[in-house]
Write a protein that binds this ligand. Structure first.
Ligand SMILES: [Zn+2]
Length: 178
């Protein structure tokens, strides 16, 4: 079976073009440029955050990160299902998108961690596992933990230096480690 690897050459060319563009914006070779004069962190961006696209929780996600003292200190990738999005059989391009963003976040901002933040009552998980699982809190937690840990292990295999957090947000915005 052929797969996405057949397009290595065009993809490389694309990255070269993107790299040239980023250099032109002052985003390569040194501290990230700041569009509105705010001081850049001496450490660059600390983390890459992966969340679901669910509109109900966008404000809770920003509040949670600010509560950790990380406002404007993280890159943010959004895939429906968060961790599950990287393993969507129907949307294999999402995995490549995620890994590409991890690579760019390392190159541009020297991130040292990835925060994977799933959430309860997730529509993507309902599509994959049936809606009933979300009625059973323990079963819902188990399914999220399995996928979060699968992605944590995959990140460790590719980027051993990155610390990985696996988190689950409830609809009230509270977050637990799983
Ligand atoms: Zn979701």
């Amino acid at each position: 079976m052929t797969c996405c690897n057949s397009s290595h050459w065009p993809r490389r060319r694309f990255l070269v073009q993107v790299g040239a563009g980023l250099a032109g914006w002052g985003l390569l070779h040194g501290a990230p440029a700041r569009a509105h004069g705010a001081p850049a962190s001496a450490h660059g961006t600390e983390a890459l955050l992966l969340t679901c696209m669910d509109y109900r929780l966008t404000d809770d996600v920003a509040r949670y990160m600010a509560g950790r003292g990380m406002a404007e200190k993280y890159d943010h990738v959004i895939l429906a299902g968060a961790s599950l999005g990287v393993f969507m059989a129907d949307y294999p391009a999402w995995a490549q998108t995620f890994w590409d963003h991890v690579d760019v976040a390392i190159r541009l901002h020297a991130i040292n961690s990835v925060i994977i933040l799933d959430h309860r009552d997730c529509g993507a998980y309902k599509l994959a596992h049936g809606a009933a699982h979300a009625e059973n809190r323990a079963e819902e937690t188990r399914l999220h933990a399995a996928t979060l840990h699968k992605l944590r292990d995959a990140i460790a295999a590719r980027h051993a230096a990155l610390k990985v957090e696996t988190l689950l947000m409830a609809l009230d915005g509270s977050v637990e480690a799983v």
